[in-house]
Design a protein around this ligand. Structure first.
Ligand code: SAH
Length: 509
């Protein structure tokens, strides 16, 4: 045990849209030794972190990790000198028990910091076009827990465990609410955790004098791509929400501002809302594709079964060639590790396989001369048809196809082929594998991702009758067919953007 305890950071992860994570939260996540995370944190923020990630919100056998156990872990890691991020949905001090955890740290002499997050009551309202205050309409706002004294006569006294990811927290203390006082509160009421008690909330407020026809709204999964909003007069909201099958996590807003939804609703669910998509490409490349999918409303599981392994190579001097061919962003980045100085590339024309590779090159300040319209080897061969080539250097993956070098050699060019990296198997996390096999779609962006994913998933059988298989192009599709799997979706443009477009088309059809 180290003499000095590590710092505990009580960090808010925001309401769901990963873009609402604060800059401070992102930086701490990237440097923490340990992350103790809740269930309700935005999709993707835990992917690829260097530290250990412990899901203390996990439902195992119907229970989440008890608060005492979470606190024990918090102390244990901090006392071992580790920096600990305690990540909570929304804001850590708004119905998140962050206050108790801060008190624990204070009591135990553990240094702590609090990083506020965008709380769901404000964020879900904002994404529903409902300002929680508005001049002349609402000059105060109250955040209220809807998880109140059990009074339902049908109640058995025990709380049913909520399903994973619902955000209704059965472990939370029941709190007494002064309904008559709330009913006359001069401003907007924002209820957290109130879905299952909606009828009681409406009933008590009306009984206390709130107008039965006061505007009200409920926002399910606010800020997520599949956000849903139901508005109704207060007394009717419970029935209307039930008809719409609204479930947790949801925020209920009561007050005249709720009527502004009609005028101000601006956020529309993406075309992939409600769809789950597995991304099998190497983690280092997955984030761009995953972010695009999430932005369209998909729930994304990253299930990388491959990793890029740089190879130690003696790179010939590019100035000795009149054509340099680069076939992937990985190849570009690895090349720049090796050359360091972009001026080394000033001599040859540069041809790339597709727009992603061109973009990677541009990040290093170099423009490609040749970008084929079809991002496959054959497309590049066509694009090079009128380009004079005497000596070509091809820098790429070890296991690449030979279409381009063969075609150039057939034209009489001297071709040197250098393998800059190779893809190797990456152990597939069992949870990620299960989520991928359960997903609506599994995406494949290369023949090697097909091969390694199938190996890690337990063979092609695992994918039969499972997710719809989405392939980036003909080579990847052929790799699937080699395993007697027929892709359901093949991208027309063989790029991540093209793959996303194909998924959107398939999901809408
Ligand atoms: N600390 C969190 C709240 C935790 S209590 C915060 O500051 O936001 C969990 C409750 O928050 C859920 O039952 C739900 O009422 C609400 N909630 C969390 N995320 C939400 C979301 N994306 N949309 C709507 N409500 C959400």
């Amino acid at each position: 045990m180290s003499a000095r305890p590590g710092t505990v950071y009580l960090v808010g992860a925001g309401p769901g849209d990963p873009r609402l994570l604060t800059v401070r939260a992102r930086a701490l996540l990237a440097s923490a030794d340990v992350v103790l995370s809740d269930r309700l944190v935005p999709d993707g923020v835990l992917d690829g972190l260097p530290g250990e990630v412990v899901d203390v919100g996990k439902i195992g056998g119907g229970d989440q990790v008890p608060q005492e156990e979470t606190q024990r872990l918090l102390l244990e890691h901090a006392r071992a000198g580790r920096s600990v991020v305690r990540l909570k949905g929304g804001d850590p001090f708004v119905f998140g028990r962050g206050g108790e955890e801060a008190q624990l740290c204070a009591r135990e002499g553990i240094p702590f910091e609090v990083v506020p997050g965008v709380t769901a009551g404000v964020a879900a309202s904002a994404y529903a076009g409902i300002p929680v205050t508005q001049r002349g309409v609402a000059s105060a706002v109250a955040f209220v827990t809807g998880h109140t004294q059990p009074a339902s006569p049908a109640g058995t006294g025990t709380q049913p465990a909520s399903p994973a990811g619902t955000g209704e927290d059965p472990g939370k203390e029941e709190t007494a609410i002064d309904w008559p006082a709330l009913a006359v509160f001069p401003g907007t009421l924002v209820f957290y955790m109130g879905v299952r008690r909606l009828d009681r909330i409406a009933e008590q407020l009306v009984a206390g004098g709130r107008a039965a026809d006061e505007p009200a709204a409920i926002v399910q999964r606010g800020t997520f791509g599949d956000q849903r909003v139901v508005t109704a007069p207060l007394a009717e909201l419970p029935v209307r929400a039930a008809q719409a099958a609204i479930s947790a996590p949801a925020i209920t807003i009561v007050g005249p501002v709720a009527a502004l939804h009609e005028e101000l609703a601006w956020f529309t669910a993406g075309p992939l809302a409600g769809r789950s998509v597995a991304v099998t490409r190497a983690r280092a490349q997955a984030s761009g594709l995953a972010a695009r999918l999430r932005a369209l409303g998909a729930t994304v599981t990253e299930a990388p079964a491959i990793r890029v392994k740089p190879l130690e190579v003696e790179l010939p001097d590019p100035r000795d060639y009149d054509l340099l061919v680069l076939t992937s962003p990985n190849g570009v980045h690895r090349l720049f590790d090796l050359v360091r100085d972009a001026r080394a590339l000033a001599g040859p024309r540069i041809a790339v396989l597709g727009p992603g590779t061109a973009r990677a090159l541009r990040q290093h300040g170099v423009e490609a001369d040749v970008v084929p319209s079809r991002a496959v080897g054959e497309g590049l061969v066509d694009a090079l048809a009128d380009v004079p080539v005497r000596r070509a250097l091809i820098a790429r993956a070890q296991e690449a196809r030979d279409v381009v070098p063969d075609a150039l050699r057939a034209r009489g060019a001297h071709v040197d082929d250098v393998a800059l990296y190779r893809t190797v198997a990456e152990p597939l996390d069992p949870d990620a594998r299960d989520a991928a096999l359960d997903a609506d779609y599994a995406t494949f962006t290369s023949a090697s991702s097909v091969r390694f994913f199938l190996e890690a998933a337990g063979g092609p059988e695992a994918l039969r009758d499972g997710p719809r298989l989405a392939s980036i192009g003909p080579i990847t599709s052929a790799a699937l067919r080699d395993h007697h799997l027929e892709p359901h979706v093949e991208a027309t443009a063989h790029t991540p953007e093209g793959l996303v477009a194909a998924l959107v088309a398939d999901a809408g059809g």
